[in-house]
Design a protein around this ligand. Structure first.
Ligand code: DX5
Ligand code: ZN
Length: 219
């Protein structure tokens, strides 16, 4: 049976109370904390860096899932590993040497992930699947919370699931963007096992009610 994981994105949390928000959403049932790093270069928005990750590390009893939307990748990937990240994912088009970036993340003791934008193919996986612990399918264009789910991500998720099955490796398949209670089941049916949700959870006054409702959809 699939173990589903719900990874609330703190992009939609109250930045003035981040430690408390992290504790609250874990108490509400979050499996991972999704940490969206934006650099105003790879994406047109700017969020937080490794120092914020380090400060939040002591507030989190669950894995910190760092999603790097930055270019270049390597220096920040190392910095986040040292700041307490458990998983570090990056966009292959943002790295000059994808294989090297993956090796670097693993050498730092983190799990390594690759992220695919809505218009990007999965081709690169053919050559690096043996070094990947997580595949993250973007179901919105990266840069902002609160956007609508792009349906073609479902077909790409199905395709990624087939690649994972064929590899025989234990690789997580995460989908990010526009996930709500009313579409999470479709995303799971396409083969995802890990779900990022920002505005759906932090935009609601009762985080537990939303996470419980998502789990009921997945049951
Ligand atoms: C977008 C981020 C997402 C975003 C998801 O660039 O990678 O993690 O926060 O937010 P929602 O769930 O609001 O689409
Ligand atoms: Zn993200």
């Amino acid at each position: 049976m699939t173990t589903y994981r719900i990874a609330p994105s703190i992009l939609s949390a109250d930045f003035a109370r981040l430690g408390e928000e992290v504790r609250d959403v874990i108490a509400a049932g979050a499996d991972w904390i999704h940490f969206d790093v934006m650099d105003n270069h790879y994406v047109p928005n700017l969020t937080f860096g490794p120092m914020v990750c380090q400060a939040l590390r002591k507030h989190s009893t669950v894995p910190i899932d760092v999603h790097l939307m930055v270019q270049p990748v390597d220096a920040l990937a190392s910095a986040f590993a040292k700041a307490g990240a458990d998983l570090v994912s990056f966009h292959p088009d943002a790295s000059q040497h994808v294989d090297r970036s993956l090796q670097l993340i693993k050498a730092e003791g983190c799990q390594a992930g690759l992220v695919f934008n809505p218009a990007q193919p999965l081709d690169v996986l053919e050559w690096v699947l043996d070094k990947v612990d997580l595949i993250l399918i973007m179901s919105v264009n990266p840069g902002f919370g609160g956007q609508s789910f792009i349906d073609s991500a479902l077909r790409k998720t199905e395709r990624a699931r087939r690649l994972i099955e064929a590899s025989g490796r234990d690789i997580r398949l995460e989908v990010d963007g526009g996930i709500k209670v009313d579409n999470i089941r479709r995303v799971a049916d396409a083969g995802a096992d890990t779900f990022v949700a920002g505005s759906a959870i932090f935009g609601h006054p009762d985080y537990k009610a939303v996470i419980d409702a998502m789990r009921r959809q997945l049951a």
